[in-house]
Design a protein around this ligand. Sequence first.
Ligand code: FES
Length: 121
Amino acid sequence: MVPLHKVTIHHRKANRKISFDVPEGEYILRSFESHGEELPFSCRNGCCTTCAVKILSGKLDQTDGIGLSEEMRAKGYALLCVAKAIGPLELETQDEDEVYKIQFGKYLERTKAQAGNPFDI
Ligand code: FES
């Protein structure tokens, strides 16, 4: 018998709190979709950060994802499309691009500064 873990997601954009029992080993995004819930996603492969959430409480397994740095994981971010519950969880969706900017913003700013203004001659 596969253990079930209660997962609660605060869906900020929809202003809703959604809870389901997710079977251990099942991806959380897919499990919520099987209940008819639409959550943000794009690649479904743990690469793009569109499905990123902040972990409010609990722990999960996201060893299948490559889209978040170790630093971001340590700060409590996770990717729903490749995250599996290993106990009760409370998560919060992030605004589109929010996690992408946190993770890559410093590199984009550096690139912009190095490039300067392309219209300066
Ligand atoms: S949908 Fe792209 S990382 Fe999850």
